[in-house]
Design a protein. Structure first.
Length: 398
């Protein structure tokens, strides 16, 4: 996706929000129809039947007829594709879309090609039922046949064109790097580099806590509640922008410097789940004392360091050059002699082998094991699992 910042007028923002509401309404309506199916009922309406129902609904309701039929049909088509992806096992189950959180719609076809360049920095696009909307041209304009317009929680509008970026060619040096992801150190490379994902400063974090405390004392729906919610979203959006920028720069740097990039095969969804109830608890839902709070802090640390997005962007840019290995015992195995023991990990940052005395940073030692493909299990060595998106090896350009 090639994303640009949009600058609609006040009247255009109102029209765009109306289009987002129509797309969200039809998505949730299709989800409700799909969720009501049981084994003793007939199949739920498909995309063709839902389009027929949409035509009848547009004839009956003026507020729905005021919107773009292209946008509304595309919302139904997107839901149909989401259901197919769920049954194929490639994506999760479709969920409900909420106002203020999922604001966006997609335009596909000939209408998506109505883009006119105004100057070196500005371009405008003709949005159905909205008109010409300007957006900032910060890079070369891609040749795309569809785009998606979104509004984040801060209130910023973006337009993203659906294009497949060209992968970065391999340098041809034959170098291999291992990447160990952590909470204290966001990414440790086998070369000894310790990289930290930038976030909010201490002063900004205190400001977020203060605003969140004030937000809990506000009446829902009041103007004060809306202003404080917008202020919190503005600070959290600043952190997300910094994290996204760090991920893009690091993934590009790794794809340019190394022929093969090895990472741990981690399931971020499973790692960030809520803690399980205590086994000896008499009542369901009882957690270990302070365990739920500690797990919540760990989940926030994992998500704040962009573990999943980093590997995802590396796979996009270094196609076929990413390998995932099992993370078992990579932090307890000595990268010098291969001795594995729990006492080798002296602390969070210090690794000292009990057999050979090798001492190094714990994260760097784990990254070296990842680079060497040392995925050790309790019984035997586990072979390296190559990413499913593997394609033929790219040769360096001469």
């Amino acid at each position: 996706m090639s994303r640009f910042r949009m600058y609609p007028t006040a009247a255009q923002q109102s029209a765009l929000l109306e289009q987002c509401g129509h797309a969200r309404y039809l998505w949730n309506l299709a989800l409700e129809q799909w969720s009501m199916w049981t084994r003793d009922k007939t199949p739920t309406p498909g995309f063709t039947e839902q389009c027929r129902q949409l035509t009848e609904a547009r004839a009956a309701f003026a507020w729905l007829r005021a919107g773009s039929q292209t946008v509304q049909q595309q919302a139904l088509r997107d839901f149909d594709q989401a259901v197919k992806n769920f049954y194929n096992g490639t994506h999760r189950r479709p969920t409900w879309r909420k106002a203020g959180r999922h604001e966006g719609f997609r335009v596909v076809g000939a209408q998506a090609c109505r883009v006119v360049k105004l100057s070196r920095k500005w371009t405008q696009v003709l949005v159905p039922k909205v008109g010409w909307v300007r957006f900032r041209l910060c890079r070369a304009m891609p040749d795309a046949k569809s785009y998606r317009i979104t509004r984040d929680r801060v209130g910023r509008w973006h337009i993203a064109f659906a294009v497949l970026p060209k992968p970065i060619p391999a340098p041809g040096t034959g170098e291999v790097v291992g990447v160990d992801r952590g909470v204290t150190v966001s990414a440790a490379l086998s070369t000894g580099e310790l990289l930290i994902c930038p976030g909010l400063s201490d002063r900004e974090q205190e400001r977020v806590k203060l605003l969140q405390r004030r937000l809990t004392r506000c009446r829902l729906g009041s103007n004060r509640h809306r202003r404080l919610k917008q202020a919190v979203a503005r600070l959290l959006g600043r952190s997300a922008d910094r994290r996204r920028d760090w991920v893009e720069k690091l993934s590009t740097d790794l794809a340019r410097r190394y022929d093969l990039i090895r990472v741990e095969d981690l399931r971020i969804v499973g790692l960030t789940r809520r803690p399980k109830p205590r086994p000896d608890a008499g009542q369901p839902g009882i957690y270990v004392p302070n365990g739920r709070r500690a797990k919540a802090g760990l989940n926030r640390g994992i998500l704040a360091n962009g573990w999943g997005n980093l590997v995802r962007r590396i796979e996009h840019k270094a196609v076929g050059r990413v390998e995932k290995i099992s993370p078992a015992f990579t932090s307890q195995t000595c990268s010098a002699c291969g001795h594995r023991a729990a006492e080798n990990r002296k602390s969070q940052a210090v690794f000292r082998c009990a057999a050979c005395g090798h001492q190094a940073n714990a994260d760097v030692n784990a990254a070296v094991n990842i680079a060497a493909g040392r995925a050790v299990s309790a019984r035997r060595e586990t072979p390296v699992r190559v990413s499913q998106k593997r394609e033929p090896q790219l040769t360096a350009s001469v």
